[in-house]
Design a protein around this ligand. Sequence first.
Ligand SMILES: C[S@@+](CC[C@H](N)C(=O)[O-])C[C@H]1O[C@@H](n2cnc3c(N)ncnc32)[C@H](O)[C@@H]1O
Ligand code: SF4
Length: 441
Amino acid sequence: MAQTLQERLKDQPYQGYAYAYPHKTAYRHFDQPIPLRQIWDSEDQSSLYLYLHLPFCEMRCGFCNLFTTTNPGEDIVSRYLAAVDTQIEAAGNYLTSGARFTRGAVGGGTPSFLTLSELETLFQSLDKLPGYAPQVMPFSFELSPATVTEEKLKFLVGQGITRFSIGVQSFLEQETKAFGRPQKLPQVHQALETIRHSGVEVMNIDLIYGADIQTTSTWKNSINEALRYEPEEIYLYPLYVRPLTGLEKTGRTAADHRIDLFRTGRDLLRENGYEQISMRLFRKQDSAITGGPVYCCQEDGMVGIGAGARSYTTGLHYCTEYAVGRNGINEIIADYSCRTLDEHSHAVYGCHLSEQERKRRYLMKSLLRIDGLSLADYRKYFRTDAMSDFPELNDLLQFDLARLSKNSLVLNDSGFERSDTIGPWLFSASVTSKMENYQPV
Ligand SMILES: C[S@@+](CC[C@H](N)C(=O)[O-])C[C@H]1O[C@@H](n2cnc3c(N)ncnc32)[C@H](O)[C@@H]1O
Ligand code: SF4
């Protein structure tokens, strides 16, 4: 039986990160390959998100369960880039003349692991994607400190990248070591300087809290060090020790003072003029970030390119198979790299979303952000009433985690810090059961 909110509130707050619903562990093989043309034909393609996944890193961090492999040979990368090119050609067969990308992100892994010449190859392929308009869309690119060079950043800004996001995690080498991430501090500062001088519009720094050796004072020190670079955005990630990661294998656990560290971080960022956008994301208030064309993350589609990249349509989410273990990931990358054009034109793995699941997804995507759930937008989209569809939302009011006005349901500070409790509480029984029965590759 699903746990009630009251039961969940008795437990520690960090119960699961609902950044994508349904989670990949709820995906399964379809009975038959589904032609992408059939899926995309009935979709509104006028505002799409492009997500490109590069599953390569120079190290495997102890906390990380992302879909990535370490130090691939040049041949593996070049075969992968050739497959990206073929997948883009396949996209040309289902994207219509009205297709338009209004947001983009290159993530991983560590996309900056690629050499300059590999990046050039990649962007030549992207230029062939119908509706690709890098000069008008906010376009993000992920970096790690050791792989940043002035040359690469200059090239990327020239290609229309508007946001660099870099993983720093901590400004203390002792702590990054405890996170299982070998990282040299001078290299971190060098990379941050290079980003700041690259002319990019938005710089984001990722930090993690929850290593057992981390104290309030070392955590404040890391945030203050990040603030010296005046990043437009900062992400504060609570540490999760996930199955099959290095930290889990060595028996490490996340510290149970994460909530105190979170509050310290949130208050410090607010004092420094940052606004909380979600539990993890803080944005500098006076930064003039260009919004870009309208894109609605609850409703609009996503085209994922690369192994591990998800694609979202109204009723179907799909991607390549998912794995965390090294062998499983390498097999999936190898399989992706030799797919034919026809294979790239079909979806074989993912999940169908019923109307009820679409409503849940809409709820999570809205409620866990600062603007909250607009009751009018929900009604316009689904033609039903959110509070009647999900009467359990009243529990948020009962436990003083949200406020309800005529137009919206918005989390308060207590609700925001419980985002990782509220998210999993909103998962349907069927998705939860699929996630629990997932067999890791
Ligand atoms: C793709 S990485 C960022 C770019 C680059 N690969 C790097 O690590 O520098 C995504 C971010 O997710 C966060 N993250 C990943 N796994 C996590 C975990 N188990 N607990 C907390 N944060 C995590 C880290 O802050 C990391 O920077
Ligand atoms: S945190 Fe970043 S660098 Fe480390 S393994 Fe994950 S994706 Fe790679």
